[in-house]
Design a protein around this ligand. Structure first.
Ligand code: SAM
Length: 241
């Protein structure tokens, strides 16, 4: 997967994609990051990437020229025959979910346009962007952290990026139920014990216990998911499909 970032803060993006799973994705050869500094595409001598909004109002707006020019440059290295999604992270976008992350994880080329100030000029959104994605109902200062959240949720789903022991299949939202509790060594820490069942070696009983924990948590915390889970099970409690 080829990933391009259009950003006024290239160092910030670089530090995000160099570490952890995002960094591992590149070092293992599954993804390739390209960071484009929007100031390099701004008009001299002032190299401004923002300007006052037409019609008045508070805050600045990111100008169209640097973004359109940077995108033209990016297009030179894109392959027309391969799939492409151009993402603008924005609070008024479609909220990021696991199915959307799945969908993006099988895309060949991703471009992230990182907004700042009041956001980007509407003409960029209408002519370049294919996906406007929100990471939740709150407002960040800039798009880089939102892009990082979207990207992290995508990259970990590319087969091979995660080690088996970190398999994403049983995580919340990949599974109909929220994830259950996890314990590791030591068995007893400062008097706090690991549930005996997990040390029993009885796999079927352990699976039943884990499932019960997941069900209890989902019922308590996410009635919406619980309702879906229940309706996906037959009358006798056997899961359909
Ligand atoms: N005026 C915009 C609004 O009210 O929808 C908010 C602009 S915000 C201060 C600056 C940039 O941060 C946005 O252009 C977007 O790229 C990013 N951003 C902020 N919050 C976000 C969120 N919840 N999801 C995705 N991107 C976000």
């Amino acid at each position: 997967m080829k990933i391009h970032f259009l950003t006024p803060f290239p160092k910030m993006v670089d530090s995000i994609v160099s570490e952890s799973i995002l960094g591992r994705g590149q070092s293992k050869g599954y993804v390739n990051y390209n960071i484009h500094n929007l100031f390099d595409y701004a008009d001299e001598p002032h190299c401004r990437i923002d300007d006052y909004p037409f019609g008045g109002g508070s805050g600045m707006v990111m100008k169209p020229e640097p973004v359109f020019r940077a995108f033209e440059e990016v297009k030179k290295s894109l392959d027309d025959k391969k799939s492409l999604r151009v993402i603008y992270p924005t609070p008024d976008g479609k909220v990021l979910t696991q199915p959307l992350a799945q969908e993006l994880s099988v895309t060949d080329q991703l471009v992230f346009i990182n907004g700042h100030y009041k956001g980007i000029d509407q003409r960029i959104r209408e002519n370049i962007v294919t996906d406007e994605i929100s990471i939740g109902d709150y407002v960040l200062t800039g798009g880089e952290l939102a892009s990082a959240v979207i990207l992290d949720s995508v990259i970990r789903l590319i087969p091979g990026v995660l080690n088996n022991k970190e398999s994403a299949d049983t995580d919340s939202f990949s599974h109909p139920l929220l994830d259950g509790p996890h314990y590791t060594r030591p068995e007893v820490y400062n008097g706090m014990e690991t549930p005996k069942i997990l040390l029993s070696g009885h796999h079927q009983k352990i699976d039943e216990w884990v499932n019960e924990q997941r069900e209890n948590k989902t019922r308590e915390r996410r009635p919406d998911l619980w309702k879906k889970y229940i309706s996906s099970k037959g009358k006798d409690g056997v899961k359909n499909g």
